[in-house]
Design a protein around this ligand. Structure first.
Ligand SMILES: NC(=O)c1ccc[n+]([C@@H]2O[C@H](COP(=O)([O-])OP(=O)(O)OC[C@H]3O[C@@H](n4cnc5c(N)ncnc54)[C@H](OP(=O)(O)O)[C@@H]3O)[C@@H](O)[C@H]2O)c1
Length: 243
């Protein structure tokens, strides 16, 4: 029997990168998965790649009406949620001096406000004993040039689960953050190759991670294997933020 047999999971940003890799793992472990993303074509391709036990719901996590539509679809379908991987996020990188109000509002609007309402609006459907997993970043604890606004959003993400661990304890809902290091996904496309090479040079394991190396950890935090773990930030980073 799979580690997530019979569970219902929602994965935002499930159409690409780590979210897609996690959706595949969750289904392989016996879960039914709802995945989201803004682009319909990518979402359709992801649903096809996952193959079964999956529904794609197009939507933007920074749009509250889209979140309502997502959860109405879940309610009408499976009726409840056991696992929420609030993973959708954007990366746009500008150094201090070049930061614009639009950059700030967009990055905080998706990564912080969007993640917060993704979780809050899921709670009425959440089964007691469920698992909430957020995608943070090593940027929450590292100084990286041009990452100022992005890093601050991920520090906020880390802060949320401290509060929720206490606020949701009576419902036995666990909240944790996975903080990836540099993982080879399309989000890195705007970064120049030299910037990536420089980041990788500082990684003790001397390489980028793969999306599936996040997915296996997302299975762990979703399953009973992590039944006594809540409120943590679990770094999956080849050691870069640890030394
Ligand atoms: N890759 C890394 O090195 C790295 C490191 C640390 C943390 N992270 C974090 O990991 C998470 C996943 O990123 P990834 O690397 O897997 O990148 P990715 O391959 O670009 O995937 C991002 C996913 O999020 C979706 N998405 C983006 N904005 C959205 C929005 N407003 N509403 C709904 N869905 C949205 C994207 O689909 P659409 O574009 O179609 O909406 C896509 O499915 C992000 O939170 C990112 O900050 C990444």
């Amino acid at each position: 029997m799979g580690k997530l047999q019979g569970k219902v999971a929602v994965i935002t940003g499930g159409s690409s990168g780590m979210g897609l890799a996690t959706a595949k793992r969750y289904v392989a472990e016996g879960a039914y998965v709802y995945i989201t993303g803004r682009r319909q074509a990518e979402l359709d391709a992801a649903v096809k790649a996952i193959g079964s036990n999956v529904t794609g719901v197009r939507g933007d996590i920074s749009n509250l009406a889209d979140l309502d539509r997502l959860y109405e679809t879940v309610k009408a379908g499976k009726g409840h949620i056991d696992i929420l991987f609030a993973n959708a996020g954007i990366g746009e990188f500008l150094p201090i001096g070049a930061i614009t109000p639009e950059h700030f509002d967009q990055t905080f609007g998706v990564n912080v406000r969007g993640t917060l309402f993704t979780v809050q609006k899921a709670l009425p459907l959440f089964r007691d004993g469920g698992s909430i997993i957020l995608t943070g970043s090593i940027a929450s604890v590292k100084g990286i040039p041009a990452f100022g606004v992005y890093s601050a959003t991920k520090a906020a993400i880390r802060s949320f689960v401290r509060t929720w661990t206490l606020e949701l304890k009576d419902r036995k809902i666990r909240s944790n953050v996975i903080s990836p290091g540099t993982i080879d996904t399309p989000i890195l496309a705007p970064l120049p190759k030299e910037a990536i090479a420089q980041i990788v040079a500082g990684v003790p394991m001397a390489r980028m991670g793969e999306s599936d190396e996040i997915a296996t950890v997302a299975v762990f935090l979703a399953s009973d294997d992590s039944s006594f773990i809540t409120g943590i930030e679990l770094f999956v980073d080849g050691g870069v933020a640890q030394v």
